[in-house]
Ligand binder design. Structure first.
Ligand code: FAD
Length: 356
């Protein structure tokens, strides 16, 4: 039997698990996720009292990668998939909204939200997923103690001190800065460890601060989302969750307001109530209508490592893979997008299967 350990249960990890479960039938796959949910930054919350479902990290999946399209529309059930068909309009620093690009053929989510992607992928496998299990230490050690080449195994220690393993290969899905922290503390006697740590630590990230604003009235607008094209406005993105079927009751509205990188960094640790109020004012200006400055219910989230702005150097990634340590996720391909994370997960799964 082959044992595979996976740190993190983001979209990339879910896709890799799905591939490995089929391609390596004797594999025992164990996934460790620090949070209570699956799908990482493609995150969905529900408010059952208000009948709301909202994607407050990634807003939608676009159809940019053929294998990912096939995965979500053919391999997995497309039941409950929703497509926000309204276009995306644009604005610049002056806040003037203009009909803009609508390059995305599909803007997919699910009635139950984007987390369905990871739930369906993991659900289609025999993998064991341990939620609320934060990995703190990665170890590489002799497997059976005979010291022969190639019998090294991986093991993990979580935040409660529980040791997991041994694993023949290890996949690591956290964003680059968190992967770099894990590598800094890893008990792995190899120059590859430090090379990969340094490469991961070098990947630049943009922070995003998100406000979610609910209104008891409907909004009649010709667009699903507004995107800031010159990156000079406090707001980077606003979208209307009511354009996704099943997310917002009829006659109500829910705006997801993503602040731009500069604003998010400057206000990251400010009082969330002040941030939400400031972003609601901006939403009122951009979408139009004073009453939007006064939502009747709100939610918020800070994403320190929201979007990688470049990719990791390839050399250390490949050297680590030669030792049985695979990093995967959007930062590995240098595109902070859900379809890119899923595609990299599929690739990584195939690469690991080929090695095994
Ligand atoms: C605000 C925001 C808006 C976005 N908008 C879009 C969009 O509209 N369209 C789009 O395509 N993409 C968007 N993205 C990007 C998209 O969400 C990501 O590219 C994609 O979800 C990345 O998936 P991943 O598998 O690479 O990593 P992640 O989703 O980050 O998964 C990594 C997982 O590892 C877990 N983890 C971390 N450390 C540990 C540890 N020590 N132990 C155990 N588990 C750990 C994390 O909890 C997480 O679940 C957005 C992202 C954000 C934050």
């Amino acid at each position: 039997m082959t044992t595979i350990g996976i740190v993190g249960a983001g979209a990339a990890a879910a896709a890799a698990t799905y591939v490995l479960d089929t391609a390596v039938p004797d594999a025992e796959i164990t996934v460790f996720e620090k949070s209570g949910g699956l799908c990482g930054r493609a995150a969905t919350r529900r408010n059952d009292d208000r009948n709301l479902v909202y994607d407050y990290g990634a807003n939608y999946l676009k159809s940019d990668d053929e294998r990912v399209v096939e995965l979500v529309t053919e391999t997995l059930s497309d039941e409950g998939m929703v497509d926000a068909t309204e276009p995306i309009h644009t604005f610049e620093a002056d806040g003037e909204v203009e009909p803009g690009r609508d390059a995305d053929e599909h803007k997919w989510s699910y009635r139950m939200g984007l987390t369905q992607i990871a739930k369906r992928l993991f659900g289609g496998t025999d993998a064991t997923v341990h939620r609320r299990t934060r990995v703190e230490t990665i170890r590489r050690e002799q497997g059976n103690g005979d010291g022969t080449d190639g019998d090294e195994k991986w093991s993990l220690v979580d935040a409660d001190g529980t040791e997991w393993g041994p694993f023949d290969v290890l996949l690591c899905n956290p964003p680059a800065p968190q992967t770099a922290e894990l590598l800094a503390d890893a008990e792995w006697e190899s120059p590859v460890r430090e090379a990969l740590r340094a490469a991961a630590a070098d990947v630049p990230y943009r922070s995003v601060w998100t406000a979610v604003l609910h209104y008891e009235f409907s909004l009649d607008r010709p667009y699903y989302g507004l995107v800031n094209t010159d990156k000079a406005h406090a707001v980077g993105w606003i979208s209307r969750e009511e354009c996704k079927a099943g997310h917002v009751p009829d006659g109500e509205s829910l705006l997801v307001v993503q602040a731009g990188g500069e604003w998010s960094t400057a206000h990251y640790d400010d009082d969330p109530r002040e941030n939400v109020a400031a972003l609601a004012d901006h939403a009122a200006d951009l979408v139009g209508g004073d009453r939007l400055a006064d939502p009747d219910w709100t939610d918020h989230q800070g994403w320190r490592y929201a979007i990688p702005e470049d990719g990791v150097k390839r050399g250390p990634v490949d050297s680590a893979a030669d030792e049985g340590f695979y990093v995967l996720g959007d930062w590995v391909v240098g595109e902070g997008r859900l379809h890119a994370a899923l595609a990299n997960g599929l690739d990584t799964g195939e690469r690991v299967a080929h090695r095994l």
